[in-house]
Write a protein that binds this ligand. Structure first.
Ligand SMILES: O=c1ccn([C@@H]2O[C@H](COP(=O)(O)OP(=O)(O)O[C@H]3O[C@H](CO)[C@@H](O)[C@H](O)[C@H]3O)[C@@H](O)[C@H]2O)c(=O)[nH]1
Ligand SMILES: [Mn+2]
Length: 897
């Protein structure tokens, strides 16, 4: 533990005089102007490098090979790999056919009411119409799916040539963590190690760890991690291993008999494995020590009390490990900087959960390292591919794409999921079908982790759009405030806009007067002062931070004094910093939803940015997922609740952002991601219907005619066909697709329903929603014991009830048919079909209830039997779905005969 003392502890106490910034307000103006000049120069250099790169590179040599290289360096850094039309065309044809069939089906359904069970029929038809609409929302954003391919060699040729200083952009990597008990420090440590060992110039990577739990355990574990990194990073780089998270690397089996393996490597690997085991022991000792909090709170190594003893009331804390002045690795090389950040927390302040933590990191990182791009991961999502940052740069540093790309999203992949992925944790359908579809429209939604952002996009600026990117009417509407500029002036305006983009562009942030003022009086003293004021209003009172926002290429001025910067960093993570600013409203991660990710991405797309979906063959990131039923349902509940929060907020995609920049299909996809929890209501109704039909002997279709059967069968066939063709172009397996369907019903009948009610409660009664963090299992239990863990939650009640009701229905229906001869078997089959459809969808849920020992907790059984019998009795007695007249005359009746 000597390591802790070796590292200079630089926790700054903000109670001490915060008002003496290194940069006074006086020189602010000069700074801004300085940056602007520099900025323009940079831009020019960059563009000339991009476009006129020819001369520049040819100058370096003139043999054929170099020319070839020069040629390669001018090639695009990525390309779209279209999906073969032999796959896409039939897919699209079937979608259209399905649409037509659906139209006829609904026409048939609406015009053929069931006379003796009118309410039953009406309910089913309403449900069907809702399902049809939600299908449209889900289907059409998948009309233009694409794949992409990156060219890492070209990236290297252009920006990272051997023997020259690397031109790659600096990147800040964020890791969020909150609760070391649910998110074991070893998991976080592995993530951090994989970042520190990433394949990217060390002086251009910084890793920021946000600790929202202000836990000394996290801090100490990080300190240990930074020590271990000195050995781990050179080992990774020397042997070029993957993945660079030790736990997962050593879990891999390697074949020592393969010819390429050298004896020296085997030896070093063995030694490193021992080192890692010792590291694990140290971390586990820390965890063990942290189990019981001492009465007087924690004390640090140097005897001072830990400032974060009260997680709800503590100062901001920052500690810099490694990096420039923090010592070298065992090979004598520099390491990336590692920064521990715990933002200030005080009672009475809104902290905005993860989104608030991320915004604090944006500011700290801008002050300390200011990477031009930033990438965020959850504490359990490690870099599985050490080239992930380079992959992202293939888009971000691409001359054509970079200027309009707000983020590059990587798919989430998972370790430790049970073989059959019972609860669809891998979410393959979403990641391999929906997001690929969106990539062909305006880009994938942001999923909260494994995503590389353009800092400028997070600052709420608009993308640099060329004329081709905007339809003519849109330019007039959104750029010119519809005044003064005639159609002929568009082009000129855009050019001008590019120059002044930094201060005047963004519509939602500045009102029209500001924009006009800014454009017309660009050199005006007054306007500069004004923009200073509005910049402070937007970004908060930190001149250092504001100055940093002007550096589009990232980096901080070399002359700045680190101590001053650290002080400023503490200032920007203080509680009141965001008061009356645009943080969380227009800039940074957006507040107001526990799925801050969807909201944040939506905001950017609404400004006209595009995003990119990047799926390198070796998955870029891997994380863990809750594999037991209750945790999974709670996770899905949080997501659905987040969606409802957005639905009921001012950022609702149905109403928000009609400035012509959000593509229609992209909007549909966003609407789909926020309204889906509502589908739970028709879904539950529809899942109970078969049971009611079986119990009452009525049906949702008047008579089983050939005509009716035809529409049902055609519809099923077309649903099946779209499914199959979708699987064909996406390469998703049928099992994954089926799990997804099942979990759609399981989640729909439980978590989504609860989310709708909790969301309404929030809006009507002001009850705040909380972010229940999912536990990340530590990796020691390899036998999926986790899968069988049973925790009681009321989320289990509705699906269990639906299951039981349908089972009772089947029994009742069959016994009735047995009693009344063969002619009653015909109609029964239709009903049985639907009831069985419900049960097979809920089958994984049933398995979850039964647990490993096949024993369902009594409370679940009691509740469900109670509810089910109440329902059954009610239907039989009141029978609201059949009108009383027909009841008397019709010879049929249910189990009450
Ligand atoms: O107050 C908080 C609460 C959470 N977190 C972090 O948020 C992340 C996500 O939490 P987790 O419980 O793992 O949620 P998941 O449902 O697994 O996460 C997905 O969904 C979330 C939105 O609900 C996104 O934020 C995540 O990035 C995405 O991986 C973790 O790193 C937490 O440490 C904080 O930093 N502060
Ligand atoms: Mn998670």
């Amino acid at each position: 533990m000597s390591s802790l003392i070796a590292v200079p502890v630089r926790i700054v106490d903000p109670s001490k005089d915060l008002n003496s910034y290194g940069l006074g307000n006086v020189d602010w103006k000069e700074r801004v102007e300085g940056w602007k000049l520099k900025q323009e120069k940079n831009m020019m250099q960059v563009t000339s490098r991009y476009t006129e790169g020819k001369g520049d590179i040819e100058g370096t040599g003139s043999n054929g090979e170099e020319l070839q290289m020069a040629d390669d360096a001018r090639q695009p850094l990525s390309r779209v790999v279209p999906i073969p039309s032999s796959h896409l065309t039939p897919y699209r044809v079937v979608i259209i056919l399905r649409l037509i069939i659906l139209g006829f089906f609904l026409q048939y359904r609406t015009t053929h009411p069931v006379k003796d069970a009118y309410p039953l029929w009406l309910t089913s038809v309403i449900c069907e119409i809702w399902f049809a609409l939600s299908w449209l929302l889900d289907q059409f954003p998948k009309w233009y799916p694409i794949n992409r391919e990156t060219f890492l060699e070209r990236l290297a040729l252009r920006y990272d040539r051997e023997g020259e200083p690397s031109q790659l952009a600096p990147i800040d990597v964020f890791v969020s963590t909150v609760d070391p008990l649910k998110e074991p420090p070893l998991v976080t440590a592995n993530t951090v190690l994989s970042i520190l060992a990433v394949d990217y110039p060390v002086d251009k990577v910084s890793c920021y760890v946000s600790d929202d739990g202000s836990a000394m355990l996290t801090f100490e574990a990080l300190s240990e991690t930074s020590e271990f990194a000195r050995k781990w990073v050179p080992f990774c780089k020397k042997h070029n291993i993957e993945p660079r998270a030790p736990e997962f690397y050593f879990a891999q089996k390697i074949d020592y008999l393969k010819d390429k393996i050298q004896p020296s490597f085997v030896k070093e690997r063995r030694a490193m494995k021992r080192e890692y085991e010792e590291f694990k022991i140290r971390i586990n000792a820390l965890v063990a020590k942290a189990q019981k909090t001492p009465e007087e709170g924690w004390t640090m190594q140097d005897g001072t009390p830990w400032p974060g003893n009260n997680p709800r009331d503590h100062p901001g804390m920052i500690q810099v490990f490694l990096g420039h002045s923090g010592g070298l690795d065992t090979d004598g090389n520099e390491l990336p900087r590692l920064v521990y950040v715990s933002r200030e927390k005080r009672p009475g302040f809104q902290h905005h959960k993860k989104a608030g933590a991320m915004n604090a990191l944006i500011r700290v990182s801008a002050v300390l390292t200011n990477g031009a791009y930033l990438l965020n991961v959850d504490c359990d999502h490690y870099f599985n591919n050490s080239k992930a940052l380079k992959e992202a740069m293939c888009f971000m540093m691409d001359p054509a794409l970079g200027k309009k790309t707000c983020y590059v999203q990587f798919p989430q992949r998972f370790d430790g999921i049970d073989l059959h992925d019972r609860y669809a944790n891998r979410n393959i359908v979403f990641f391999d079908i929906n997001l690929k579809g969106l990539d062909g429209v305006q880009g994938p939604v942001y999923v909260g982790t494994g995503c590389c952002f353009n800092r400028q996009a997070l600052y709420g600026y608009d993308p640099v759009l060329t004329e081709a990117d905007l339809e003519p009417n849109i330019i007039v509407k959104s750029c010119c405030g519809s005044r003064k500029k005639g159609r002929g002036g568009n082009k000129k305006y855009i050019d001008k806009k590019r120059q002044v983009k930094r201060t005047e562009s963004t519509i939602p942030i500045f009102n029209m007067e500001d924009i006009e003022e800014g454009v017309e009086g660009y050199d005006d003293e007054k306007s500069l002062l004004m923009s200073q004021k509005s910049l402070e209003k937007r970004f908060g009172q930190s001149p250092v931070f504001i100055a940093a926002t002007f550096m589009e290429q990232g980096g901080i001025p070399p002359s700045t004094n680190p101590a001053t910067l650290l002080k400023e960093a503490i200032h920007v993570i203080s509680c009141g910093y965001e008061d009356k600013t645009d943080w969380g409203k227009e800039i940074g991660w957006i507040y107001g939803s526990v799925t801050e990710d969807i909201l944040t991405g939506f905001k950017m797309h609404a400004r006209g940015w595009i995003s990119i979906y990047c799926m390198p063959p070796r998955p870029a990131f891997k994380g863990s997922a809750p594999i037991n039923l209750s945790d999974r349902l709670n996770q899905v509940l949080r997501w659905a609740l987040g969606s409802i929060e957005i639905l009921l907020s001012r950022h609702c995609p149905i109403w928000y952002g009609y400035n012509g920049r959000l593509k229609l299909l992209e909007r549909l996809a966003y609407i789909n991601t926020i309204v889906y929890p509502l589908t739970s209501i028709p879904l539950i109704a529809y899942c109970v219907l078969p049971a009611i039909c079986l119990l009452t002997g009525k049906f949702i279709i008047p008579e089983i005619s050939n005509f009716a059967s035809m529409w049902f069968i055609l519809l099923f066939v077309s649903i099946f066909a779209t499914g199959i063709l979708e699987l064909r172009w996406s390469g998703v397996s049928i099992e994954d697709w089926w799990r997804n369907e099942q979990f759609w019903v399981i989640g729909g009948t439980s978590a989504h329903l609860f989310a709708v009610f909790q969301g309404l409660l929030k809006v009507l009664a002001g009850i705040d929603t909380n972010f229940t963090v999912t536990s990340k299992a530590s990796d020691d239990d390899g036998d999926f014991a986790e899968l069988y863990v049973f925790k009681w939650t009321s989320l289990l009640i509705p699906p269990t009830t639906v299951l039981v009701v349908n089972l009772v229905g089947i029994v009742a229906g069959v016994s009735y048919a047995i009693n009344s001869g063969y002619q009653s078997w015909g109609p029964l089959f239709g009903k049985l079909f639907f009831a069985i459809w419900v049960i097979v969808h809920l089958y994984p849920f049933l398995k979850g209830l039964l647990g490993r020992q096949n024993r369902t907790p009594t409370i679940v059984i009691v509740w469900s039997i109670l509810l089910a019998s109440i329902f059954s009795l009610l239907w039989v007695r009141i029978d609201p779905f059949t009108s009383s007249t027909t009841k008397a005359t019709s010879g049929q009746c249910g189990i009450n005969c």
